[in-house]
Ligand binder design. Structure first.
Ligand code: ATP
Length: 235
């Protein structure tokens, strides 16, 4: 059974239909990507899934419907969204931001151990643990946002365009980390405009166009699809 099952998800902003009844499934332990151009409806989809936007259709998570459940309850059930623009607390330190990610946990020793693991994964954050998060570079802020989400020990990680606005080397570093986290068994739904990267690291993918799923399948097949190559891989 899939960990996340989105059925007929619809989202509109006033008269604009941003998401037109889409289906997405993510199995436990999978890294699945949702790719598409600017404005295709990818971010809206993630916001709908975590309950930040009112929506039509059904979102099932771990076998239960999330209908009517508030975002904080969805987060407490183990769904963590790393939003586009990252949403870190600029006026708190790196260490304080990480601690915020664990605010629901009572297992202090394990929280400390997880914090140390995140510092090992991102040595740059370790070096800057006392620094205000707002002073970090874009890539460091992205690392912090992912680290903060991991501090909550999520069961499902939703990443919204982690490569956005970052220099190539930083993108590479972030993606290495995403792959490492996936290898440890984390279930991930990755939203990306950078189709090339997303298809490289994921096992399956969905291609979103104008609020609908245009194509879906194993990432290797999508990467070889002439339509995808022409529209998203610049070939
Ligand atoms: P991007 O990669 O640029 O974030 P996206 O695929 O995530 O694109 P969305 O941000 O979900 O796309 O936007 C889908 C559509 O909904 C777009 O046409 C966008 O203009 C519209 N939209 C998004 N947010 C709002 C909003 N708050 N109010 C009105 N329209 C919105």
């Amino acid at each position: 059974m899939s960990l996340l099952h989105v059925e007929g998800l619809k989202i509109h902003y006033g008269g604009i239909q941003a998401v037109r009844g889409i289906d997405i499934e993510v199995d436990e332990g999978e890294l699945v990507c949702l790719i598409g151009a600017n404005g295709a409806g990818k971010s809206s989809t993630l916001k709908g899934i975590v309950g930040l936007l009112p929506h039509g259709g059904q979102v099932h998570y771990a076998g239960a419907s999330l209908k009517g459940r508030p975002t904080h309850a969805i987060a407490a059930a183990g769904m963590a969204l790393v939003p586009e623009g990252r949403g870190i607390f600029a006026r708190l330190t790196v260490a304080e931001n990480l601690a915020m990610g664990a605010y629901l946990r009572r297992d202090a020793a394990a929280v400390r151990a997880d914090g140390e693991r995140i510092y090992q994964t991102f040595p740059r954050l370790a070096e800057r643990r006392g620094q205000l998060a707002g002073l970090l570079s874009g890539g460091e802020q992205q690392m912090l946002a992912i680290g903060r989400a991991l501090m909550g020990r999520p069961r499902l990680l939703l990443l919204d365009e982690p490569s956005m606005g970052l220099a190539p080397l930083m993108v590479q570093k972030i993606y290495e980390t995403i792959q490492a986290v996936a290898r440890e068994g984390m279930t991930i739904l990755l939203v990306e405009q950078n189709a090339h990267l997303a298809l490289q690291v994921s096992s399956r993918g969905y291609v979103m166009e104008s609020g609908a799923i245009a194509l879906a399948g194993p990432s290797a097949e999508l990467a070889a699809d002439p339509q995808v190559r022409a529209a998203y891989l610049g070939e």
